[in-house]
Design a protein around this ligand. Structure first.
Ligand code: SER
Length: 643
């Protein structure tokens, strides 16, 4: 099947089961300085998984543009890509396992026509083996319900599904694994989840390519373990679907607490789903890549499948240039910071692999790879086609700039007997070799170089280049824990107080909140005097002492703006938005379009203090503020939901 067909079938399958199709959020969240890229479909939905009401309802579906920078080195095999589309459906406290698992099976076997005999599933085995998945004192149990559901689902298609684990013989159909394999949160297993993070056990579907490849080569090798099983790394099985039962939230004391609502968070990589419909273990043979691979074949006079090393280089080029194209379509330009740095790495690494394919001149060639992607995304992401010329020029420029020094840098590397972090910095400064590229070249040479040495040099040279605050949450929050949530509400109070004390010209320019402090940037031409700071603090503390309720309502975006609610980032969930208000209905002190979370009453905040005020230049000021713990708070610290 073609990618457009799989995407369309999935969206209509869930739309006809009451799901609202929501648009893909941008790959780079707009006006959100806290995270580099959207890396899964659920990322923009965190507030709603935690209980806020989504304007589009409780059943959502979409195809989300995603990028995972951490997978760069995995690219080159038959299944990893940095950019990918994630097909996702969500139940926000609505349906759960008994609907989700049969639906996914039906979609895979009826709509995508996959042979049920080729499908294997995995389920969370419970505490045993993970040693970590605890709720208070009780253990997170084995997911018996999913096991039972899968047995019934398979039995309806005449398959007697036996249960096994990684050590079982290959005739099992339902495999159980511990939290390392069958638990999903953005940070991984329960032990790695920060306070406030939601997560839960999951159930995955794997596609079996059979014991041997089409050329007769046996997949499994004892170096991957004695027995082959769905999570074996030999390549025989491919994970194509992941239903996460997102029902827990990590607490500050390390335990897991049941969320008030049980959610389903499903994700399936489009690239993989397309390739299994064609019974191909290689995602680069799907129509998403064929245009780019054919262009590379023409340029290099090499055949994609003829030589393993060339296959790998072509995959890396095709993946990285696609990622670069999608980023540029979303407005990223190559630079030494944040997303721009990742983009630069993609382009420079592509050129290195292009060189391995024999392209050592005319570095503009990468620009020729834009057209095939513009064509394949013509309908789903028309921006790529609209911006083709601009993207091509940017790629060519970056290619020329680096191509010139690539050769020189590589011949310099040849002369260096032992590569270390200091030399890596020299290569970075003199030839533009990203650290990761030198590190990769040293690894290929059997040398491990230390990043700390590189960083020492970096600091010495006071280069402002820094990768972004990866791991932060949407809306400028470091996590969704209690302290961070309090400071989020305090930020709304501060913002309103700033406008009332300093004037209506105040506009938010940035916000960053951790459990320790809030940081708020705003437009204001002069230093905020100490008298003004005192007035602002006093106003916020007055609102805290009034113990005002905090509540959210959903309304049409236009209505929210007309009613005076502040809006600071483009709302991407359709025409309705969530507005958080502080104060009694009709007498609100502050109203902002926001995704939450917030405390239920301002009395929970404790004393508010501005600890620092400084200039960021160009008429922008920055303040840091804290709230102290208020031991006498009369109300429990719950997170507010719709009033
Ligand atoms: N969040 C899960 C994943 O990324 C399922 O959507 O795999």
């Amino acid at each position: 099947m073609k990618s457009s067909e799989v995407r369309k079938k999935y969206l209509s399958f869930f739309a006809s089961r009451g799901h609202v199709i929501i648009p893909s959020s941008p790959l780079v969240p707009e006006n959100d300085p806290t995270t580099l890229f959207t890396s899964s479909g659920m990322q923009p939905l965190i507030p709603y998984l935690l209980g806020a009401l989504h304007p589009a309802g409780k059943r959502l579906v979409n195809s989300q543009k995603s990028f995972r920078a951490q997978d760069i080195y995995e690219v080159g095999d038959n299944r990893h890509t940095t950019f990918f589309e994630m097909l996702g459906n969500w139940s926000l406290g609505d349906y759960f396992k008994k609907e989700q698992l049969p639906w996914i099976f039906e979609f895979l076997t009826k709509d995508l026509k996959l042979d049920p005999k080729k499908l294997y599933v995995t389920v969370f085995t419970g505490e045993a083996g993970s040693g970590s998945a605890r709720t208070g004192q009780s253990l997170i149990p084995k997911d018996i319900e999913s096991i039972q559901l899968w047995k019934e689902i398979f039995s309806r298609v005449g398959i007697d599904a036996k249960i096994g684990d990684h050590a079982s013989s290959a005739d099992a159909r339902i495999y159980t694994y511990n939290a390392r394999k069958n638990w999903w949160s953005r940070s991984g297993e329960p032990d790695k989840m920060p306070a406030g993070e939601p997560g839960g056990p999951d159930s995955e579907v794997f596609y079996d390519f059979g014991p041997s490849t089409s050329s007769g080569q046996v997949w499994h090798d004892s170096k991957f373990g004695e027995k082959c099983h769905p999570n074996c790394d030999c390549g025989r099985f491919m994970e194509i679907a992941n239903s996460v039962f997102m029902q827990y939230q990590k607490q500050a004391d390390g335990s897991l607490k049941e969320l008030a609502q049980k959610n389903v968070d499903f994700g399936g990589g489009l690239e993989r789903l397309v390739s299994v419909t064609n019974n191909s273990p290689d995602v680069f043979t799907s129509d998403l890549f064929t245009g780019a691979i054919a262009t590379l074949e023409q340029m290099t006079h090499k055949h994609y499948a003829a030589d393993e090393t060339d296959t790998r280089s072509m995959r890396i080029l095709a993946d990285h240039i696609r990622g670069a194209v999608m980023m540029m379509a979303d407005g990223v330009i190559p630079s030494n910071k944040a997303q721009g740095y990742i983009l630069r790495r993609l382009i420079r690494r592509s050129l290195l692999y292009g060189r391995r394919l024999g392209i050592t001149e005319d570095w503009k060639y990468i620009g020729e790879l834009v057209a095939p992607f513009a064509k394949i995304y013509e309908d789903s992401y028309p921006d790529v086609l609209i911006k083709t010329q601009q993207i091509k020029l940017l790629l060519e420029e970056e290619g020329m700039r680096f191509g010139k020094t690539l050769e020189k840098g590589l011949s310099e590397i040849e002369k260096i007997e032992t590569l270390d972090g200091h030399k890596a910095f020299y290569l970075y400064e003199s030839f533009g070799f990203p650290w990761e590229m030198t590190e990769e070249i040293a690894r290929d040479r059997g040398q491990n170089i230390k990043r700390t040495q590189f960083e020492e040099e970096f600091m010495k040279h006071k280069d402002a280049s820094r990768t972004a605050a990866a791991g932060m949450f949407k809306g400028g929050l470091a996590d969704h824990g209690e302290e961070t949530t309090k400071l989020h509400t305090a930020t709304h109070l501060l913002h309103e107080a700033l406008r009332r004390v300093l004037g209506e010209h105040i506009a938010q320019k940035g916000s960053n909140i951790t459990a320790e402090r809030l940081r708020f940037d705003f437009s204001h031409p002069t230093k905020v005097s100490s008298e003004e700071i005192q007035k602002i603090e006093a106003m916020v503390n007055e609102k805290i002492s009034e113990n005002l309720p905090v509540f959210s309502t959903t309304m049409k975006k236009e209505e929210a703006l007309a009613s005076g609610a502040r809006a600071f980032f483009s709302e991407r969930y359709g025409i309705t938005v969530t507005v958080y208000s502080v104060g009694e209905k009709g007498r609100e002190f502050s109203r902002e379009i926001c995704g939450g979370p917030h405390v239920a009453f301002t009395g929970l905040l404790g004393r508010f203090t501005i600890v620092k005020e400084e200039s960021l230049g160009a008429g922008i000021r920055r303040v840091y503020a804290t709230v102290t713990k208020n031991e006498s708070a009369a109300h429990p610290g719950k997170i507010s939901s719709k009033a």
